[in-house]
Every structure is written in C-alpha cells, then in structure tokens.
Design a protein around this ligand. Structure first.
Ligand code: PLP
Length: 366
C-alpha cells in the first residue's frame, strides 16, 4: 500500500483536505450514468450555483483541473478573428492569452507590474478603444497575491456586445465572487484552492449571453472534449453520454461544497480574512516584507520576499518540507527565487495552522 507523508499544505494549492471530503472520495464508485450519480451531478450544479452566486443554468464541474476550465471557456467563446482584451499581471493572465490565441483570437494585452492590479479607468479606456468580443482578467493572481477589482467592467464590455470572463481559481469561497451581481459572463475555478478538495475538477459557469455565443459559432470549438454543446448535454439537457465523469472526484466536490455552504460564504470569507491578518502580523513581526500591493492583497495567498538571511531559498523550502512537513510555494515566473507564496486556503485557513507555519519558519529562518 502507498505511504503518503503527512504534509501541512500552505503553498499555492493544493490546500489541506477536510477528513469528510477524503471519506467522500473513498465511497464506492458507481456508474456515471447511474440515476444516483445523475442526482449527485444535479446537486453539485445547484451547490456550484450557490457558491458562484449565479442562476446560470450552464454551471458544471468540468473534468480536469483549472486549466481545463480556462481552456473550455477560451475554446468555446473565442472564434477565429475575435478581438480579445486580456490583462497580464502575473503567470495566469499570460496563460489565458496563450489559450485565446490558440483559439484564433486576436489578443491585445494590458500589462501591470507583478503584484499590482489594473486601474479600472485604464481597462475601461482600452475596452472603449478596442470594443473587444472578450475581456478576461484574473480575479486572484496566485503568482503574485494580487486581487483585481471587477466593478464597472461588465457594463463597458456589454456595451459593445462583448463577454466578460473571470479566472476565480484561487478566490472562489475565499473571497466574494459575485458572478451575477458583477455581470460576469463566464468564470472558471479549481477544486484544490479555497474549496479544499484535491485537484481534478474545474467549476465553470456561463451566462445565457455566453452560451448564445457558444451555441452559434461559425466553426465548432477546437476541442471536442471541452465542447460545451456536447458537455452541456451531459450535465443537463438530454444527459447524453459524452465522456466518463470522474465519479469519485464529484463525490469529493459535493462534500467540499456542502461544507462551504454549511459554514456560510460570508463566514468563510471572514475566516480567510481573519486568519490572513493573524498570519500577516506574525510574518511582519518576524521581519518578512510583503511584495504585493497592500491595498489589493489576497487573504489566501501571501506573497513575501525571501529574507536576506536565506542564501538558498529552495534549500530552505526543502528543509521546511522535510523537517517540518510544511509546504510553502516558491516564486513563480519572474518572481522565482525572490519571493515565497504562503497559502492559507479553505480547510487550512485556521489559527492553529498559522502557529504551525510561524514556528516552522522560526526554526528554519534564523
Ligand atoms: N488560474 C489560477 C489563478 C491559478 O492559480 C491556477 C493554478 O494554480 C490556474 C489558473 C490553473 O489551474 P490548474 O493548475 O488547476 O490547472
């Protein structure tokens, strides 16, 4: 039998998984067309609507990780020649750009310093100039710890018939994500961040306007596997077989969603904020310096500069892992070697986890 080390997961994800989610994952596998599983799919969809704060009928758990959800949206919503406006202030805006280009989009980028967010007026001016068919921003940039405000973007995007897309992989259930109230047309997330389920599914939601575009494409979506016209009939509609849903992953997500809703979204957001403030106070007291814009810092992802006293940051992270069972993340992309990413997500956003993180850091960072 496999032996798995017991780790404290405080990097950029996966996050610690609640015992009842692990128990749900281990329940007997049943057929993916079994009426009992169809009921589970329905309940997953209903609970996803609640956490996304949407009434979108097209809300489902895409089979695959967050990148699959991103690709599902780009492949279905971008047609060859479509003008797209995508913000890059970290790794994940860059990946969205790549996906939109592969779908044939003519992509224009706005750039901001890593760790900073975009000024809303700057985005609005660019939308007015380009009148894009698709506008996409990352709500919670996991590579930098910055939270992009989404207010006023939908109105400007819709004025020219465009669609507003949001990456909420890291923010969903850790921060307010208001799909309907903010007028977001399509969004994707991941299970392994604040939902505290292992990686493997990507919650996605699309408005009727977004589905109108997906249903009326001149050419079929590039990806057969992620084609919403086909996947949509599997998750709803005629329930036609498309692919074999990862049955047990859906059990796990079902339980993770149940826990999030039982806690209450507002309570969960407040818990992330409270635990973030506790962690931040402890880090600052120890001389750590935050590298993201303090006005727009994410609670669940803390980007700090590697202390000067550490000569080899990778060796220090290895020591944290091997001697203290603590996983934290290294810097990604441009920030590799310069920063550390300390995540407090979902089940891991607890006071006792902050104590464990700080005492491990005390032992390794002199
Ligand atoms: N977008 C953001 C903001 C992320 O943090 C991640 C993963 O960390 C992704 C997209 C891609 O998700 P995945 O690694 O689950 O494919």
């Amino acid at each position: 039998m496999l032996q798995i080390p017991h780790r404290l997961l405080h990097g950029p994800g996966p996050s610690p998984v609640a015992p009842s989610v692990l128990e749900a994952l281990g329940k007997p596998c049943i057929g993916h067309m079994d009426p009992a599983f169809m009921r589970i799919m329905n309940e997953v969809r209903e609970m996803l609507q609640l956490v996304f704060r949407t009434e979108n009928a097209m809300t489902l758990a895409c089979s695959g990780t967050g990148s699959a959800g991103a690709e599902m949206l780009m492949d279905n919503l971008v047609e060859p020649g479509d003008v797209c406006l995508i913000g890059i202030n970290g790794v994940f805006g860059g990946r969205l750009t790549d996906k939109a280009k592969r779908a044939g989009g003519v992509v224009h980028n706005l750039h901001a310093e890593w760790g900073q967010v975009f000024d809303t007026d700057e985005i609005l001016a660019k939308i007015e100039e380009l009148k894009p068919a698709l506008v996409a921003f990352v709500h919670a940039e996991t590579s930098t710890g910055a939270c992009q405000p989404f207010d006023r973007l939908a109105e400007a995007t819709h004025k020219h018939g465009g669609l507003l897309v949001m990456d909420c992989v890291t923010s969903l259930t850790g921060l307010p994500v208001e799909i309907d109230a903010w007028g977001v047309d399509a969004a994707y997330s991941g299970t392994q961040k604040c939902l505290s389920c292992p990686p493997g599914l990507s919650p996605v939601t699309l408005s009727e306007r977004a589905m109108h575009k997906a249903n009326n494409r001149k050419t079929p979506a590039n990806s057969w596997y992620l084609d919403l016209n086909l996947v949509g009939n599997y998750w709803g509609g005629s329930r036609a077989y498309h692919h074999t849903a990862p049955v047990n992953m859906n059990y796990g997500l079902h339980e993770a969603l149940r826990l999030a809703l039982e806690e209450g979204l507002e309570n969960r957001w407040a818990r992330h904020q409270r635990v973030h403030e506790l962690l931040k106070a402890g880090l600052v007291e120890r001389g750590f310096e935050y590298a993201s814009d303090p006005e727009h810092s994410l609670p669940m992802l803390n980007l700090v500069r590697v202390p000067d006293t550490i000569a080899d940051e990778a060796a220090a992270r290895r020591q944290l892992l091997e001697e203290h069972q603590l996983e934290i993340g290294g810097g990604l992309g441009k920030l590799a070697g310069e920063c550390w990413r300390i995540g407090i997500m979902g089940h891991g956003a607890r006071e006792e986890n902050v104590s464990a993180i700080l005492s491990a850091l005390d032992a390794v960072v002199a």
